[in-house]
Structure formats: structure tokens, C-alpha cells
Design a protein around this ligand. Structure first.
Ligand SMILES: [Zn+2]
Length: 200
């Protein structure tokens, strides 16, 4: 038997929607399955996009997963035998996820997570900045801008055929018709015009 390589680190796969983050996560999981590693895959419960208990990419590749509602639930499924912990759409978990992930990596686990770096306003998504700074390896994927074909780094939210307003709530699940990948120049967020304060 081969000696186990010393492990314990964090890999983050990030970028906008439609960049292939989940597909890349699944690709890494597959390779580790071939290598006979002991893997546990998690995803936040609220994402019921395609199936229960499965991580599914937009290209329909998939792998079995455990749905969790709180990041602490990961402790119930990770054993001393677990080599690899994968989490899809981690940005939807509670902030405790940062500590949980750090704990696993500190204790010899290879942690691979995927998640949006920005929300539809192109502002940092929840605790993703912390995760990105803690990670040993970051893969930032881009999509293709639906407007101009440039590399897209942002997620455009569209409501009733128009760019979403700044104060619209952040709910970013599935609903492909409501989201587009766009580049910096084509990405739009409507802001309320500031009231005019000068003399009229
Ligand atoms: Zn563009």
C-alpha cells in the first residue's frame, strides 16, 4: 500500500455564475475518486435546483452529496478516515463555514469548495473574501459575457427584462432566465438617483 501523502489545505473555485465552478469541483472529485480517496461532498440545503442529495453542474454532470442547512453539520459526516471534503455553493452557508473549513484543513483534510465571489451588485459575497484569503489555492474562473463576448467576471441579475436595482434582495439560486454572465463594462446595477440638493 502507498503511504498517505501529508495533506491539509483549502482550495477555492470561484467566479461568476455560468463559469463552470461546479463542473470544476466535480472534475476534481472524480479524479480523487479514481485515486481511491475517501471523499464527503456537501451542499447547502436551499439549493434544490436539480436534485436532492446531488451536486449538479449546468452541463448536467453530477455527484452524490449530503445536503446541510448549517455548516456545523459537516462534523457529523466527517470521520478520521475522510481525506477530502468538498462543498458546492459554499457562499450560501452561514459564516461559521469559515471556521469549520479552517479546522478541517488544520487537521489534515483537503478541503475543496466552490462559490460565487461577488453578488449581483459586483460586491463581495458574504464571507467569500475570508475564504479566498485563507485558501492555499484559488481558481478564479470566468464565463463569457452574453453582451459582447469578453470574459465575464460578474453576474448580471435581470428582473422583468431590466437590470436589477441595487436594493433588490440577494437571492441567486438557479433561475437562469434571471441571471447572465457579463463583463465589467456590460454589467449594470440600477441605483436610485440621489435627490437634487441644490437650488432650483
Ligand atoms: Zn461585455
Amino acid at each position: 500500500m502507498m503511504l498517505k501523502q501529508k495533506e491539509g489545505w483549502i482550495e477555492v473555485i470561484t467566479g461568476p455564475m455560468f463559469a463552470g465552478k461546479t463542473e470544476e469541483l466535480i472534475r476534481r472529485i472524480r479524479r480523487l475518486e479514481y485515486a481511491k480517496r475517501n471523499i464527503v461532498v456537501f451542499k447547502p440545503q436551499l439549493d434544490n435546483r436539480f436534485a436532492e442529495g446531488e451536486v449538479v453542474s449546468h452541463n448536467k454532470t453530477k455527484t452524490k452529496s449530503i445536503n446541510i442547512t448549517k455548516s456545523k453539520e459537516m462534523f457529523l459526516h466527517v470521520t478520521p478516515e475522510t481525506d477530502v471534503i468538498a462543498v458546492d455553493e459554499i457562499q450560501f452557508l452561514d459564516e461559521e463555514a469559515v471556521k469549520v473549513v479552517q479546522y478541517f484543513a488544520d487537521n489534515g483534510k483537503r478541503v475543496i469548495v466552490s462559490g460565487l465571489d461577488n453578488d449581483f451588485r459586483a460586491e463581495p459575497f458574504s464571507f467569500m473574501p475570508q475564504l479566498l484569503s485563507m485558501a492555499e489555492y484559488v481558481t478564479k474562473l470566468s464565463a463569457v459575457c452574453v453582451k459582447c463576448g469578453s470574459p465575464a467576471t460578474r453576474t448580471q441579475r435581470i428582473v422583468d427584462g431590466k437590470p436589477a436595482k441595487y436594493h433588490d434582495p440577494i437571492v441567486l439560486i438557479g433561475a437562469e432566465e434571471s441571471y447572465e454572465a457579463r463583463c465589467r463594462r456590460c454589467h449594470k446595477v440600477y441605483r436610485k438617483p440621489k435627490p437634487y440638493k441644490g437650488k432650483i
